[in-house]
Write a protein that binds this ligand. Structure first.
Ligand SMILES: Cc1cc2nc3c(=O)[nH]c(=O)nc-3n(C[C@H](O)[C@H](O)[C@H](O)COP(=O)(O)OP(=O)(O)OC[C@H]3O[C@@H](n4cnc5c(N)ncnc54)[C@H](O)[C@@H]3O)c2cc1C
Length: 306
């Protein structure tokens, strides 16, 4: 059987695409992948998704997304896609459990934040360790926080955090930031930011919450502890797009390339949505918006083929 549409990924982008495709009577097949519900299942409170004035726990929100998409006939498969042939017609999608054919495919495989991998980082995730200042900055009002990174996103995240935090320590591994001049200047002028150069985080400290960060000067080897209630990495994201190499166009940072103002890729019938194709916003609501766009683009594409 050839499916009308296969959706790869079960984050806000995938489930929203499924909801729209299901309501358009396309009986979408959705593969949940290795992280059912996507990135938001790794966080606690989500306070910036419209419609939840009291906030909602990330995993609970994703369960609601799933229920809403399934209510209209989405066929959910707890499977991970391991290989695709997007250029053939129909398209072929192989998972760890079977092989499927589809007229169209929506790729919504997300992007993972990069971490240093130092002790305490994994253990204290959602307890003061974060990779998203826009998402979590609000929870650090009046606290001292540490940001790791030397590029534009580290400069941006540090500056954003000064809206809430009493002080931001910015740890830069090299002797200067590699961020753009204007961003470096913004950091320099911000009295709440103290940039520490040639400095690396070696351990995130705390029993149940972040209480400090042990740092090391990589020139002198001297170590000390910064007292801080938050630890943010801003060292980049890695889009989950390896699977599509050689088939879809991928930019230098690994993001899927699509037409401006559309979810279309260069391959007819293949559409993208969410963080895998968005290096700029990376929010649940923007991912959901792109999921909606992709499903509507699928609908129009299928109608034009009939
Ligand atoms: C700690 C944290 C807190 C955050 N808090 C907020 C917040 O408060 N508000 C907000 O708006 N945003 C927040 N974000 C960002 C938000 O989570 C993302 O922007 C959003 O989840 C992106 O949605 P997505 O659907 O593109 O991808 P994801 O949610 O990353 O989902 C990707 C999906 O693709 C699947 N997948 C990947 N590869 C395969 C494969 N080969 N086969 C099948 N499936 C596959 C995965 O299993 C997963 O289900 C937060 C992020 C983090 C890390």
């Amino acid at each position: 059987m050839v499916e009308k549409v296969v959706i790869i990924g079960s984050g806000p982008a995938g489930w929203t695409a499924a909801l729209y495709a299901a309501r358009a009577d396309l009986a979408p097949v959705l593969f949940e992948g290795m992280q059912p519900g996507g990135l938001l299942t790794t966080t606690t409170e989500v306070e910036n998704f419209p419609g939840f004035p009291e906030g909602i726990m990330g995993p609970d929100m994703m369960e609601l997304f799933k229920r809403q998409a399934e209510r209209f006939g989405t066929k959910t498969h707890a499977e991970t896609v391991v290989e695709v042939d997007l250029k053939s017609d129909p398209k072929v999608v192989k998972t760890d459990k079977g092989t499927y054919e589809a007229q169209t495919v929506i790729v919504s495989t997300g992007a993972s934040a990069m971490w240093l991998g130092i002790p305490g980082e994994e253990r204290l995730k959602t307890k003061g360790v974060s990779a998203c200042a826009t998402c979590d900055g609000f929870f650090f009002r009046g606290k001292e926080v540490v940001v790791v990174g030397g590029g534009d996103s580290a400069a941006e995240e540090s500056t954003f955090l000064t809206k809430f935090a009493a002080k931001v320590y910015l740890l830069v591994r090299k002797e200067a930031m590699r961020a753009s001049k204007i961003m470096v200047e913004r950091v320099r002028k911000n009295e709440k930011i103290e940039a520490l150069f040639n400095t690396e985080a070696v351990e995130v400290l705390g029993a149940d919450r972040v209480e400090g960060v042990r740092i090391k000067n990589n020139q002198t080897g001297a170590e000390k502890t910064l007292i801080a209630g938050g630890y943010f990495t801003a060292i980049g994201h890695r889009p989950n797009t390896d699977l599509f190499k050689g088939q879809l166009e991928i930019d230098v940072k690994g993001y899927l390339v699509h037409e401006h103002d559309s979810s279309k890729t260069a391959i007819p019938g293949v559409f993208v949505a969410g963080d895998a194709a968005d290096h700029r916003y990376r929010q649940a609501v923007t991912a959901a918006g792109m999921g909606c766009m992709a499903a509507m683009d699928v609908e129009r594409y299928l109608a034009s083929r009939e």
